[in-house]
Design a protein around this ligand. Structure first.
Ligand code: PRT
Ligand code: ZN
Length: 224
């Protein structure tokens, strides 16, 4: 009988990659991620690391393809809302909100736009990579907008005449400023988070997850 291995999805490269890898190493995993492989075996634990686009991580966890995933809450909540709207399963457990990847999903308008409240955007078109989070917010506020889905270059859409305003991730605000935009509303606060699939696992794998969770708590506490 082959021993079962825990499958963990992490971002391959990007804003979460370095800190996720550092956290796993701090938990005692010997990672060898130099090669460009999709799956890497942890040398000293029954763990396989799957390195993918961050957008794929929530679905991989929700579909039970992997057991754990490290992902931004923005991407996670957008996927959950999309699946919910399509009647697809969107279950998962949050094991730990982490201490990196912090950002906010905000509405931003051109400097000269006269913004007072969300209803200032009535009838406007907003460019975003997060249509479900945006539409949930606007629905709550009772404001009718249309959204233009852009996976990248969202911040240039108003100047390019593609949209009146945007809904995008912000951390320092430098990108907005460089594009003549001002942040007017925060609609979602995000951190990186560790999630687990909802299906029960065999006892040895669940024990490994419990151990990992304790170690992550320890690593984060030690930094505080
Ligand atoms: O290739 P892959 O699909 O995996 O990566 P990606 O390009 O989709 O994502 P990536 O690596 O850019 O971001 C991964 C996650 O990091 C996001 O989903 C968020 O959870 C988190 N995060 C934290 C951020 C930022 N901070 C951030 N600043 N994601 C994006 N940004 C963007 C922001 O939209 C702006 O365009 O970075 C730019 C700089 O931000 P400012 O405000 O500092 O100028
Ligand atoms: Zn992505």
């Amino acid at each position: 009988m082959t021993t079962q291995r825990l499958r963990i999805a992490i971002q391959k490269s990007g804003r979460l990659a370095t800190e996720t890898q550092a956290l796993l190493k701090a938990c005692g995993m010997r990672l060898n991620l130099r090669e460009q492989r999709l799956i890497s075996h942890v040398e000293n634990m029954p763990v396989d690391i799957l390195r993918v686009r961050d957008d794929d991580i929530p679905g991989l966890v929700m579909d039970g393809v992997v057991d754990l995933g490290f992902v931004g809450e923005n991407v996670l909540e957008e996927e959950r809302l999309e699946r919910q709207s399509k009647g697809q399963s969107a279950d998962f457990l949050t094991l730990k909100r982490l201490d990196f990847g912090g950002c906010r999903l905000s509405l931003a308008v051109p400097e000269e736009f006269d913004y007072a409240a969300p209803d200032s955007l009535e009838g406007c078109r907003l460019a975003t990579s997060y249509p479900y989070l945006l539409n949930r917010f606007m629905k709550e506020k009772g404001v009718n907008i249309s959204s233009a889905m852009l996976k990248g270059s969202v911040e240039v859409a108003p100047r390019a005449g593609l949209a009146d305003a945007i809904c995008d991730l912000v951390s320092t605000g430098a990108t907005l400023e460089a594009n003549g935009l001002k942040e007017v509303e925060v609609i979602f606060q995000s951190m990186a988070t560790l999630i687990q699939g909802h299906r029960p696992l065999d006892a040895p794998l669940q024990r490994l997850i419990d151990k990992l969770q304790l170690r992550i708590n320890g690593v984060i506490q030690a930094k505080e």
